[in-house]
Design a protein around this ligand. Sequence first.
Ligand SMILES: [Zn+2]
Length: 402
Amino acid sequence: MIDTPVNLREVGRLRVLEALHTAARSSRPELVRVTGLSRATVSSLIADLIAVGLVTEDEGPEEPEPRRTGRPAQSLSLVPGAGYAVGADIGHQHVRVILCDLFGAVLWEHWVAKDVDRAPEETLDLVAVLVGRALRETGVVRERVLGIGAGIASPVEKGSGALGAEGIMPGWVGLRLTDELRRRTSLPARVTNDANAGALAERMYGAGRRAADMVYVRLSAGIGAGIVSRGRLLLGARGLAGEIGHLPLVADGLICRCGNRGCLETVASPVAIARLLSDSWGERVTARDLPALVRRRDPGALRAVRDAGDAVGRALSTLVTLLNPALIVVGGDLAVAGDDILEPIRAGVRRHTLPSAAAGVEIVTGGLGDGAEVRGAAGLVLADAPQLLFSATQGGEAAEPA
Ligand SMILES: [Zn+2]
């Protein structure tokens, strides 16, 4: 899909775009250093990129030589509106769509409550309608949108985008979400599961900005992990890496929706906690009641949340042993419990992991709250912004300044 550069000037153009995307702001001498291109080439490429509206230069002097006063002025940056991305978060009971600029700043956002699991067609039509509204209300033209990224509460196969939604989202099994979104929105589409989307967002914009090796664990109706290794999402052979909700925790536990027995999800999801409290109290408690119960410091709810944290900690100790991450970011519905869930997770990891590996991993709640999944969905597109902008300009599209 992405064009291969055919000559050295094109290679240089892509390298300059990549350097500006990574650094956010830079200078000509800095670009010479980072790209290994000559000063003359960098100057000429920058002039081209300014002319087509992809790069902007601030007013004010730029030091001509880096040696004169130390660091040169950082006056060059990508134009935030040179390209946009749409993010769509498709949960079990909601659809959330955002439109972002090149740096992930949210320009438009809309959230709709929807019974998603049995209504794939209606849900996808709704996403397309919201994309249309986002463009109309912001005045962004479709040709400037680099793509739509979607995060969905289901395992997603790498490449085909086929959903492995058995027992999870009954109406969606086998659907090729990438094709469906492309057809409905006329935009290039990328799809991943919601935990991977959350991981990408926390890595790009949230608590994981300085951690190239991190795990994002999403504690909601489904429990899953997004793994970032050396700065990139680790997907595995078919895109199913990180499904920790189905690690076996209890030898003769409850039957899980996946068909196995005693999975982490059967003891540590908000649904499992609510079921435990319902059985014990003899009255109906739902997952939605948990945040209020924790705020009220209800002893039974706190005990159930802490036990869930202990189970999550044991499961995460396996990930820490296998992957040696520097950071674990806890997100999803249970993250609102704060230290009441974090402390038992930390203790569980300490108790079941090699001391040096446990000591090297920081465990925190996410920096983006419930916006992580939708920001990361757009991030699926924006992570490759330099290549996509490069391809667009090669094709003669999407480059003229507004
Ligand atoms: Zn399971």
